[in-house]
Design a protein around this ligand. Structure first.
Ligand code: HEC
Length: 124
C-alpha cells in the first residue's frame, strides 16, 4: 500500500526536477522557427546585433545600450516571462528604456515569441 503511493510521488518529483531547468527548447514547427528568425533578422538585429551582443548598427545611437544576451548572470537572473513581456510590450512595461519598442503584433503569436525567447536563451 505504502509502496503504491510512494512510487507515483517519487516519479512526479523526478519529473519536476527535470522540468526545473532553463527552457531552451526550440519550437518543433519549422514555420514558427522561420518566422521568429525573420522577426529577429528584420527587427531586432539592428539594435541587438546578429549574435545578441548589443552591437547592432543602430546601437551606437541609442541612449541606453542593449546588454549582451551572452551575459551569464543576466541569463540566470531574468525569468522567461519578463523577456517575453519586453518583446511584446516593450522595455517601458518592465521599467526599461522606451527605446526597446513594443512588438504588439506578436501578442497574438505566442509560439513566435516563445521561439524568440529560445533564440535569446541560445545566444550564451
Ligand atoms: C531600436 C533598437 C531596438 C530594437 C529594434 C529592439 N530592441 Fe530590444 N532593447 C533595446 C534596448 C536599448 C534595450 C535595453 C533597455 C534597457 O536596458 O533599459 C533592449 C532590451 C531588450 C530586452 C531586455 C533585456 C534586458 O535587459 O532585460 C529584450 C529581451 C529585447 N530587447 C529583445 C528584443 C527583441 C526580441 C527585438 C526584436 C523583436 C528587439 N529587442 C528589438 C533596443 C532595441
Amino acid at each position: 500500500m505504502i509502496r503504491s503511493i510512494l512510487v507515483p510521488v517519487v516519479f512526479a518529483l523526478g519529473l519536476a526536477a527535470c522540468g526545473g531547468g532553463k527552457e531552451t527548447k526550440s519550437s518543433a514547427d519549422p514555420a514558427v522557427v522561420a518566422e521568429a528568425k525573420q522577426v529577429w533578422d528584420t527587427r531586432c538585429v539592428a539594435c541587438h546585433g546578429p549574435q545578441g551582443m548589443g552591437n547592432g548598427l543602430n546601437a551606437a545611437s541609442l541612449k541606453t545600450k542593449p546588454r549582451s544576451f551572452k551575459d551569464q548572470n543576466w541569463q540566470k537572473e531574468t525569468p522567461d516571462d519578463r523577456i517575453k513581456k519586453v518583446i511584446v510590450e516593450g522595455g517601458a512595461a518592465v521599467g526599461l528604456s522606451v527605446e526597446m519598442a513594443p512588438n504588439a503584433d506578436l501578442a497574438g503569436k505566442p509560439a513566435v515569441v516563445e521561439e524568440l525567447l529560445a533564440m535569446i536563451r541560445g545566444f550564451v
